[in-house]
Design a protein around this ligand. Structure first.
Ligand SMILES: N[C@@H](CCC(=O)N[C@@H](CS)C(=O)NCC(=O)O)C(=O)O
Length: 270
């Protein structure tokens, strides 16, 4: 943390930001609590919510929507995270900490003695957890929008859906069971699980997949095991609640995704 400088919020008068939200941030910081900016449907933020609940940190971290300070692209939010993405953790002293895996590792480090460790016991299992998380973050997260965002190019969408299928096979080769990295629940499970809620909700319903887990027995066993965890079940309920809202608003039709998938020149189901 030594390289991160405490962030000073721009004053309301100079930035034009809402005075009330600025006051709320100040009050939270003064109360000595951290703030996680996130919303229920966010899969990347859900990995942090999983860790917060598994470790019993609800009393240390307030979870609030980015809308409370004007949204992801507001001046106040961009001053905290120039990427304009969630989640974002703001520490007690006002230091902004973006990027979900960095936030996860900070929480595991800072609260090592609280609740479940969520760190594997051996160097090999820790390396496996880190690798699974990296596959997720580097090869899946940047293309997950192919499942639910508008996109001009049908060819790009089809290629990215194919990439998701490929990365699922990569994960099938890495997951050990009962948890992703082996005998212990780790941050890798926290990272993967919410994204699998996306896969299971969207790929069959909108891309014609018969079953995300077909031919992937290790992932199937991992998924069944994870769903028995009450904290994971709560995450699933939150993420699915958001996705059901998108479905109710005809998101896949409105964003042109259904039209893309109707194009049989491309492969959509794996
Ligand atoms: N690498 C980032 C990815 C964050 C990310 O893409 N967040 C999504 C929500 S899950 C987001 O903020 N999307 C809004 C946008 O990109 O405008 C992380 O792990 O935190």
């Amino acid at each position: 943390m030594a390289t991160l400088r405490a962030h000073t919020l721009p004053s309301a008068s100079t930035s034009g930001i809402n005075r009330a939200s600025s006051r709320r941030s100040t009050i939270r910081a003064m109360a000595g609590r951290m703030t996680l900016y996130d919303v229920p449907v966010s899969n990347n933020g859900a990995r942090n919510r999983y860790i917060i609940r598994k470790k019993g940190l609800e009393g240390e971290v307030d979870i609030v929507s980015p809308q409370s300070i004007g949204g992801l692209k507001s001046a106040e939010y961009l001053a905290l995270n120039p990427q304009g993405k969630m989640p974002l953790l703001v520490l007690e002293d006002g230091t902004p900490l973006p990027e979900s895996e960095v936030i996860s590792q900070y929480l595991l480090d800072k609260f090592a003695d609280r609740g479940e460790a969520l760190v594997a016991a051996t160097p090999e299992e820790r390396a496996r957890a880190a690798l699974i998380t990296r596959i997720h973050d580097v090869y899946i997260v940047p293309i997950q929008g192919a499942m639910y965002r508008s996109m001009d190019c049908v060819e790009t969408r089809a290629a990215q859906i194919g990439q998701i299928a490929f990365q699922l096979d990569v994960l099938e080769g890495l997951v050990r069971g009962p948890y992703a990295a082996g005998s212990q629940v780790t941050a890798a499970d926290a990272a993967l699980f919410p994204t699998f809620v996306f896969f299971e909700f969207m790929l069959p319903a909108y891309f014609g997949w018969s079953d995300v887990f077909a031919g992937r027995p290790k992932l199937a066993a991992w998924w069944a095991h994870m769903k028995q965890d009450p904290v994971a079940a709560k995450i699933m309920e939150e993420v699915r609640g958001g996705l059901q809202g998108w479905a109710a608003n005809n998101r896949w039709r409105e964003q042109g995704i259904s039209d893309h998938v109707a194009n049989t020149n491309y492969k959509w189901a794996y």
